[in-house]
Write a protein that binds this ligand. Structure first.
Ligand SMILES: Cc1cc2nc3c(=O)[nH]c(=O)nc-3n(C[C@H](O)[C@H](O)[C@H](O)COP(=O)(O)OP(=O)(O)OC[C@H]3O[C@@H](n4cnc5c(N)ncnc54)[C@H](O)[C@@H]3O)c2cc1C
Length: 387
């Protein structure tokens, strides 16, 4: 390989930005592009569990994450009427790391972009790849803006609807809807909740996650087929109505549900998954993060897996081996681990949606009381495995 390695990262999301830093820290010259004119994201917050926290520590971002984030030791599970069913720990402190830290998505992206700049990466927003050819020596890229660049490696971190995946791996791996949707909104934290709470409803759930003493976000997940287009002006009311239906009109979260009606930033996301089974590269073009393995958020780990991808890639590229050897080593380390988390994220979702009839709902409540904490402990151990 030529030194320093020249890398183009396509997509300035969570995975692309953190990978850019990971690669710059091993001496690579990294250009990052995104087709959006500015860094932005749907959804208010997210959580990094032990897997994500270890990975951000590896690229020198842990302290800043702890500064902008809120440590969340566990999740409390309630039924729709507010009876506490179980408390699921995010796992014991490992190496001084909290089990989970929740934070604002925008704050994370801004911090990760600044970190990549500080590490010497260059950014170009509002452009994408118009043409990409490759030979034994290089990948040649023509950008939409007309200018060109030559790279040793092009990384598609361009998410669920990845253009790099479509162009270089084919339509075969297009996103598959999995029958669920998420409604998300940022809300005031009137209850001063300090750790996430879940209220199980009929065929879905409401999750409230604190970002600070004053702010939290609500995620409503439920089975919903089809992909209707909703008017932006009606989203808050629709999310409110869905939440009320889910709780059967219970008073338990009535204050938060009322706040939803006035939320300004409601995001509606039909769940789809992607799984690219074969090595995530075609020559010098590689896909990672959601572009290669979009999962459901049921293990709170899609972002964490994207960050891990980049850390592992940097570790393998830092060895004095060929690009192909590095790519194959990455696949050996990533495929089994990501596959296990991906599968579990889908199973978990399907278990939750199977609670629409009163009988199934009662069974779900018993499951949450007795079995879910054990399933959660399995997830903790899975995520804690070395990568
Ligand atoms: C409701 C919900 C809750 C979630 N909660 C969590 C959580 O708590 N913890 C967790 O770890 N994960 C969570 N996730 C998953 C997480 O958000 C994703 O796995 C993560 O964002 C993937 O990062 P990425 O960088 O691979 O892709 P993305 O974040 O999707 O970034 C892709 C980037 O590529 C850009 N792009 C797209 N197309 C092009 C193109 N053609 N050219 C150039 N740029 C392009 C986009 O603008 C974007 O900036 C959640 C997901 C959902 C839907």
């Amino acid at each position: 390989m030529t030194q320093p390695l020249r890398v183009l990262v396509v997509g300035a999301g969570i995975g692309g930005l953190t990978t850019a830093s990971a690669l710059a820290r091993i001496g690579a010259h990294v250009d990052v592009i995104d087709d959006k004119p500015e860094i932005s994201v749907a959804g208010v917050g997210f959580g990094l569990r032990i897997n994500g926290l270890r990975a951000v520590r590896d690229i020198g971002l842990l302290e800043k994450c702890l500064e902008i984030g809120h440590p969340a030791p566990a999740i409390d599970n309630y039924d729709a009427d507010g009876n506490l069913l179980s408390t699921m720990s995010y796992g014991s402190q490992d190496d001084g790391l909290p089990g989970c830290v929740t934070m604002s998505r925008m704050a994370f992206l801004e911090m990760a972009a600044q970190h990549a700049l500080d590490n010497g990466c260059t950014f170009r927003l509002g452009t994408t790849v118009a043409r990409l050819t490759q030979d034994d020596a290089k990948a040649s890229v023509t950008f939409r803006s007309g200018d060109q660049g030559e790279y040793d490696l092009v990384l598609g971190f361009d998410g669920l609807h990845s253009q790099i995946r479509r162009d270089h791996f084919g339509e075969k791996y297009a996103p598959r809807p999995v029958g669920g949707v998420a409604w998300r909104a940022g809300l005031p934290n009137r209850r001063r909740i300090m750790q996430p709470i879940i209220s199980q409803g009929y065929g879905g759930k409401i999750m409230l996650t604190p970002l600070s003493e004053d702010q939290m976000y609500m995620v409503l997940t439920l089975a919903e087929e089809g992909r209707p287009r909703y008017e932006a002006a009606n989203m808050a009311q629709i999310m409110h109505d869905r939440a009320v239906a889910l709780t059967g009109g219970s008073e338990f979260l009535a204050d938060a549900l009322e706040d939803v009606r006035h939320a300004e930033n409601v995001a509606y996301t039909p769940y789809s998954t992607v799984w690219v089974p074969y090595p995530w590269f075609r020559g010098r073009v590689m896909i990672m993060g959601d572009a290669a393995h979009t999962m459901t958020p049921y293990l709170g780990s899609g972002a964490a897996m994207s960050i891990e991808d980049g850390v592992v890639l940097a570790q393998e590229l830092a060895k004095d081996e060929s690009l192909l050897d590095a790519q194959l080593n990455v696949m050996k380390r990533r495929l089994p681990r990501v596959r296990a988390v991906h599968e579990r994220s889908i199973e978990s979702m399907l278990e939750e949606f199977d609670s629409v009839t009163p009988e199934a709902y009662r069974a779900r409540i018993e499951h949450l009381r007795h079995d879910e904490p054990i399933a959660n402990e399995y997830a903790n151990r899975l995520l804690r495995m070395p990568y």
